[in-house]
Write a protein that binds this ligand. Structure first.
Ligand code: SF4
Length: 150
């Protein structure tokens, strides 16, 4: 079973209110049709609205965020760390209960990014790293793929 970023499944939960283009992801369409995919949006599960201001990890890595040693801050300067940590934990719980061992997540998101995220300065600069949910899944032994690896 796969836990999958909800926006990649065509749900309009992205920060700007849009959905991912599911037409681009035949593998995800196949998994959904087979009942092998569980869509989650960790940002929404953390209580954030749609749409919402964009946010980035600052002061460390996603693993540091989970340890309380770095933050997630939105473009207005508001600390949304608690939303990201709670959302990631709730999404992990859903994944475990559904028997998921693999994930397909949206690259560069501060929650779902797998190999790259923005650098925390809101200048569109990308750095190696993962999002808070991706880091939590990896720490629990999940195989985590980016949508860009499909
Ligand atoms: S948190 Fe993940 S699932 Fe939700 S909109 Fe962002 S990338 Fe998509």
């Amino acid at each position: 079973m796969y836990i999958i970023s909800s926006c990649l499944c065509g749900n309009a939960c992205r920060y700007n209110g849009s959905a991912g283009e599911i037409a681009r992801y035949p593998r995800i369409r196949e998994l959904l049709a087979q009942g092998m995919a569980v869509p989650v949006c960790p940002e929404a599960l953390g209580g954030l609205p749609v749409p919402r201001p964009p946010a980035e990890i600052t002061g460390g890595t996603a693993a540091d965020v989970l340890k309380g040693q770095a933050k997630v801050v939105n473009i207005n300067g508001n600390d949304v760390t608690r939303n990201y940590v709670e959302g990631a934990r709730k999404a992990l719980e859903i994944a475990l209960q559904a028997g998921c061992t693999k994930a397909i997540l949206k690259e560069r998101s501060p929650a779902c990014g797998v190999r790259a995220v923005y650098d925390g300065k809101f200048n569109k600069h990308v750095v190696p790293g993962d999002g808070v949910f991706a880091a939590l899944l990896k720490a629990h032994g999940f195989t985590v793929l980016s949508d860009e690896e499909l």
